[in-house]
Design a protein around this ligand. Structure first.
Ligand SMILES: *Cc1c(COP(=O)(O)O)cnc(C)c1O
Length: 229
């Protein structure tokens, strides 16, 4: 089932990208494996999916021990500063940095590990009080502060709009994130200003996110099925 779902998704990514004049290779699929066992990751990786998203540190740490090193993990949950040490070690990218305090902690642990880490800045474009993320108007100052940290590379922005069942409702939030990234890119605030990453779009709204410029879509349910909590 997982293999078939992945194939189906790759076809959809190809179609949507082609329809809006984008290169399908510019869109990376992050398979969100939270709450699914390591066997699901292995099944997906056997069919070529090597990038996974995890939300919970302990769960990810356990999986990290059981998977090959060619499988990359991105952290997409809320990171507490007391978990920064493990996070710095096991993830290829942390997509949800939203405070200087967290970045400083990560940077210190990265020093010990002699590692450079890619991050995205999570932006709360929906101004949703229940969600993490820096407010759009505070993003520039945060990025400027974090840019001074030698082990951290700010590759772009990530967002999670307020949830609704209608994917079109997400479009204005995706547009806001893209516009923000373009203005920050003009000011040369990212690590690589020739290619800035935008992580946006989930199972129900990734089509819209691709149309609005997403480079990472984070898909759980459409690959692995319903999560049990
Ligand atoms: C769980 C999660 C996803 C995946 O959501 P689906 O609707 O299952 O595709 C994507 N992004 C974040 C931040 C998540 O927490």
């Amino acid at each position: 089932m997982i293999t078939k779902n992945l194939q189906n998704l790759q076809n959809q990514i190809f179609e949507v990208a082609s329809r809006c004049g984008r290169q399908p290779e510019a869109i990376q699929l992050v398979a969100v494996s939270k709450k699914f066992p390591v066997s699901s990751i292995l099944e997906a990786s056997a069919s070529g999916q090597l990038l996974f998203g995890e939300n919970y540190i302990q769960e990810a740490q356990q999986k990290y021990l059981e998977i090959d090193k060619n499988i990359h993990l991105h952290f997409i949950g809320h990171l507490q500063t007391n978990k920064a040490k493990i996070a710095a070690k096991i993830f290829q990218m942390i997509q949800t940095v939203d405070s200087a305090k967290l970045a400083v902690k990560l940077n210190r642990h990265l020093d010990e590990l002699d590692k450079k880490l890619d991050i995205l800045i999570q932006v709360n474009v929906g101004r949703d009080s229940k969600k993490s993320g820096v407010l759009p108007e505070d993003a520039e100052e945060l990025i400027t502060t974090i840019s001074a940290l030698s082990n951290i590379r700010i590759k772009g922005l990530m967002t999670m709009p307020p949830w609704t069942s209608n994917p079109e409702d997400s479009r204005p939030f995706f547009q806001s994130l893209r516009e923000l990234s373009e203005s920050l890119q003009t000011k040369q605030l990212f690590y690589d200003n020739t290619s800035v990453e935008l992580s946006m779009g989930m199972s129900h709204d990734f089509h819209v996110a691709i149309e609005e410029g997403s480079t990472f879509i984070r898909i759980g349910t459409a690959i692995f099925g319903q999560r049990l909590y």
